[in-house]
Design a protein around this ligand. Structure first.
Ligand SMILES: N[C@H](CCC[C@H](N)C(=O)O)C(=O)O
Length: 292
């Protein structure tokens, strides 16, 4: 029997990024990682359709509140999910009354804290820029802009993205209007481009001024979403690296607004924004009969 069968879940969203949270911390014996076909079954219409599922496991490192595994709706696992982390932080804080929390994910340990307005800030850690850390399939000495294009060779439709690893791989294409492109068509081509051996999240971004960026994202393993928090972090960092913005910017995504700050003192990226509760439910065991 899989880890999700008959398990309670909370459906939330982080500015429209569809998030399902499952708390497996009290399971005995300790809950197993969620199999890819089980994650896909949970995302089906008879389950709880999501962009990301955040599964909470008992802490692995003393002093942390939970170990978190993040699943995309195609069953793949991700190292980071900014919007999902704000959802988890809100739930855990509501339950234990703490306004400062520490979580561990596949990408490392991260801190979260509640602001006076009730919104959570997530410390997403340090961005990484080396070509083999993104990762890219071939060496680029400068990842602020890399050579990559789609469309006709002499009139490319999208070209010259910035690349950043924010716990997961991101490519950001700078455009005048992120809504003027068929991202549903180009997103999968770029996500699966051979230059990205681990695939990549694909963002189209427009720099409005030195403190404001408009963007939208085709997510690796989840497709078009209304918001991707780690992409907002990656985009803010990439724009600041190009010296086109300040290190603190507000970001407009299809589902809402985030504030991103790339802190000078330690190079960590801080993401702040709202979350919303939608409903609670329980996964029907029948969903997983065909899943392993
Ligand atoms: N929606 C998420 C990102 C999910 C990451 C995922 N699509 C991947 O890297 O595989 C966010 O708010 O950061």
């Amino acid at each position: 029997m899989g880890a999700l069968s008959n398990k309670a879940f909370v459906k939330m969203n982080g500015i429209g990024n569809e998030i399902v949270v499952v708390d497996l911390r009290a399971d005995t014996p300790r809950a197993a990682p969620i199999a890819a076909d089980e994650a896909r079954a949970a995302a089906s219409p008879a389950g709880a359709p999501y962009d990301q599922l955040m599964a909470l496991y008992p802490p692995r490192t003393p002093g942390t509140d939970a170990f978190i595994r993040i699943y995309n709706n195609d069953g793949s696992e991700a190292g980071a999910c900014g919007n999902g982390m704000r959802c988890v932080a809100t739930l855990v804080s509501d339950a234990n009354g703490k306004s400062k929390l520490v979580f561990e994910t596949g990408a490392g340990i991260l801190n979260a804290w509640k602001n006076d307005n009730g919104q959570f800030t997530i410390d997403m850690g340090k961005p990484r820029f080396a070509w083999n850390e993104i990762p890219l399939a071939e060496e680029f000495r400068d990842t602020r802009i890399i050579e990559l294009q789609i469309g006709p060779i002499d009139a490319p439709i999208l070209h010259s993205p910035s690349v950043v690893n924010m716990g997961n791989p991101h490519a950001i294409f700078w455009v005048d209007d992120p809504y003027a492109y068929d991202l549903g068509k180009f997103g999968p081509l770029l996500e699966n481009h051979p230059i990205f051996p681990d695939r990549a999240n694909i963002t189209l971004a427009h720099i409005v001024d030195r403190e404001h960026i408009v963007m939208r994202t085709w997510e690796r393993g989840a497709g078009l979403t209304r918001a991707c928090g780690s992409a907002a972090c990656a985009t803010a960092v990439a724009a600041a690296r190009l010296k086109r913005t300040e290190r603190k910017v507000h970001m407009t995504l299809p589902g809402g607004e985030l504030v991103i700050e790339w802190r000078t003192s330690d190079d960590h990226v801080l993401m702040t924004g709202p979350v919303a509760f939608e409903f609670e439910g329980r996964f029907d065991p029948k969903l997983f009969e065909k899943a392993s």
